[in-house]
Design a protein around this ligand. Sequence first.
Ligand code: AMP
Length: 415
Amino acid sequence: MIAAIRGTHDILPGEVEKWQYVERIARHLCDRFGYVEVRTPVIEREELFSKGTGETTDIVQKEMYSFTDKGGDRITLRPEATPSMVRAFVEHNLENALASAKIFAMGPMFRYERPQKGRYRQFHQFDVEAFGIEDPAIDAEVIDLAWSLVTELGIPQAELVINSVGCPACRPKFQEALLAAVKDDLSKLCGDCQRRSVTNPLRIYDCKVPADQAVIDALPHSVDYLCEPCATHFTAVKGYLDAAGIPWRQSHRLVRGLDYYTRTTFEILGQTLGAQNALLGGGRYDGLVKTLGGADRTGIGFAAGLERLVLALPDAAPIAATPRAFIVAIGEDGRTAAWTLLRSLRRAGLAAQMEFDARSVRAQMKRADRLAARVTLIVGGDELARGEITLRDMVTGDQHAIAHDAIVETVRTYL
Ligand code: AMP
């Protein structure tokens, strides 16, 4: 047997219905909020991520699946969606091509991480991005979409965490304060934090090492260093969230691992997920479009992990299978009649199946049970000669004869 690669997984029937349910709710929300779908390639030029995601991030430094293709180009399996979405926005001038540059995508991402519950090497994101809108109302809309996703899925005990990391004007002062505060305790922090203090000091806030937490909790808060426009923006975002009745908690620890964030950052955490508790995360990235060769346009978005949304679904999520009919054929005549009936039902938009290999009536009834068929239609014998079939209600066990030309409409009332 050749097994699937570590950190990847097959999504099998039984599980896939949950995925379809999550995807359906996500698509429906985007439709209501005015976000349109974009499908970008899984492979991109490596430099899209080294420039976009950022050279100092863990993703670029340690986690990318990159290779040289036969033409000698450096190619990367996308580790996240945002850079590709920005590339597509710039490359196709979506600002003009779309009525409003609000887009979403869904698909697999690849990161060479240490696999554990909720963390995989191939995983799937639902990604939402809005370009070119400065007003804090768009921050609130994007957060509202994220919050609506989690609440409409019925995920219990979800928590929205927000922060503002400022902009290129005010962040240097904050970084200076951070480095000054860290300096004295640097030798007490873990090796990763010591490395981060040189490469990307903001990442120190992401550290999960228990012994480091007291020091990190006492580090400066980015919101205390915001310039006037950033502070006003953040206050307005919180005002919109309050007006919408969306509960939030502010955390100075939420700086997020990517280089491009400016101003608003947010995450929604799930309480039932264990260590990998972030259902989704995002924020504003006002410099990224320009960095990737576009005009100076703002951006804000988030990415939700589909695996984690599926893991966090409540048991009672309404993932009902399509009700279907099963046709049991008796004898050779019955089989031909069953085949034409099967086609009539399907052409009428109903879900129907039959057993193709000739089997005993008992074996066919067993199959109907396994398929959880709502009704079984028994075709053959005397009834066939009379132009009738027998309908068995699989819930009550009641059986009765139906005239041939009334079958489709009668079955429809059950499904
Ligand atoms: P990020 O792009 O790192 O901000 O992640 C956004 C969301 O994607 C997270 O909140 C997770 O839900 C999901 N995610 C990120 N990395 C992984 C992974 N390795 N496995 C599963 N889900 C992930």
